[in-house]
Design a protein around this ligand. Structure first.
Ligand code: NPQ
Ligand code: MG
Length: 384
């Protein structure tokens, strides 16, 4: 079949009848442990979603962790909600355009990470069926994205300085360091002393309160690009109070759980920058809506990261090719997290700190079934 025949007149993908949804729990060691204000991880247990329809396959990755520390959702709540409620919303149904999948799951309240994993798999399927890169369906406008790194809390200042030096050597365009009370002003001062005007930001993952915010006020003189999620995970109003006292932009991550929350955050002036993670807001369609809302308010966005395998990572690269992703994101090379990754080719960063958007159909990377099989702890195949 020619490419043109796969498209209808409006250039939209044609409908696909979904006949199977597979849920797969994989366990993968991280290349190095990752520590944040909420804990330390050495391995990940990740739920992958595969959808099949009319001979084509799509892959999605659930970004929930096994522990409810970053968010209320966990790997196991996602498995439960996908198996018992969400899979049936698409199984045996004709999906016209993947942007409609979110609507088919609207009757389930919350559970954005579970919904996103399935919705994103449907986007990959539709793009593969149409023979185009996912970015083309999403509305991406750039051929490569700017890459930054997120550096976990380190055992010492010396170890942090070494890590940052190695990442800059690899070309990354921006460095984010995790902070918590007791690991904030000192590490930032050390990085400024050693690396001067390096594009630098911090992420507290909700570790402070207005009462314990003095170190954040001290950081206001450090010329940071932004301070990410300093206060509670579901707070907006205290963030607005803190933002009023800071010259440095606050970026919200955990607090932006939906488009409506983002609108509230901007109305309250709770932040000046927004971190977009499709898992946190329910998938690609919700991420595009959030991206567009922020653009309309003149609020820059960047793409967050959740220690994804190459499946989620590739999805993120495609999404981050939309125009208002104007700051380097937390999308780094596969090899910083998993070696080998579960996909080929792995996501790689070029010496100029950019990642090219894959040009093949769908997410543009292929799952290596043998590596998946070795990592699999549980699998279920649901059929119409
Ligand atoms: C953030 N990510 O921006 C998150 C937090 C994060 C790359 O900094 C397991 C599952 C471990 C999810 C560690 C980055 C995690 C996780 C950190 C999310 O806030
Ligand atoms: Mg964050």
């Amino acid at each position: 079949m020619t490419r043109a025949a796969r498209w209808n007149r409006r250039g939209e993908p044609r409908d696909v009848l979904i006949d199977a949804v597979e849920l797969r729990l994989v366990r993968l060691r991280l290349v190095r442990p990752f520590e944040t204000s909420f804990g330390r991880v050495e391995e990940r247990r990740i739920l992958l979603v595969r959808v099949d329809g009319e001979g084509a396959t799509g892959w999605g990755e659930c970004v929930a962790d096994v522990d409810p520390f970053y968010s209320a959702e966990t790997t196991h709540t996602c498995w439960h909600v996908l198996e018992s409620y969400l899979a049936s919303a698409v199984l045996g149904r004709r999906i016209g355009h993947p942007r409609e999948v979110g609507g088919a799951m609207r009757h389930v309240r919350g559970h954005s990470m579970a919904k996103a994993a399935l919705e994103m798999a449907a986007w990959d399927l539709a793009a593969r069926q149409a023979g185009v890169p996912l970015a083309a369906l999403l509305g991406g406008t750039r051929e490569a994205i700017a890459s930054g790194v997120s550096i976990g809390i380190q055992p010492s200042i010396g170890a942090l300085v070494e890590r940052v030096a190695a990442e800059l050597e690899a070309g990354y365009q921006r460095v984010k360091v995790k902070i918590k009370p007791g690991w904030d002003v000192e590490p930032v001062r050390a990085l400024r002393e050693r690396f001067g005007s390096l594009p630098l930001m911090v992420d507290a993952n909700a570790a402070y309160t207005l009462e314990t915010a003095d170190p954040l006020l001290a950081l206001d003189a450090a010329g940071l690009m932004m301070i990410e999620q300093p206060l509670d995970y579901d707070d907006l109003s205290d963030h607005a109070a803190l933002q009023a006292r800071l010259r440095t932009a606050i970026c919200l991550d955990e607090s932006i759980a939906s488009i409506a929350r983002a609108a509230d955050a901007m109305a309250l002036r709770a932040c000046r920058i927004v971190n977009i993670k499709p898992g946190r807001v329910g998938g690609h369609a919700a991420s595009i809506a959030l991206h567009d809302l922020c653009a309309a308010h003149g609020v820059p966005v960047w793409h967050g990261g959740m220690l994804e395998t190459g499946i989620g990572r590739a999805h993120n690269v495609h999404l981050a090719s939309l125009p208002n992703f104007s700051l380097p994101g937390d999308i780094a090379a596969s090899r910083r997290y998993f070696d080998p990754d579960v996909v080929e080719p792995p996501i790689e960063v070029r010496p100029d700190g950019t990642i090219p958007v894959p040009r093949g159909p769908g997410i543009g990377v292929e799952v290596v079934e043998e590596r998946l099989a070795r990592a699999t702890e549980a699998v279920v195949s649901l059929r119409a």
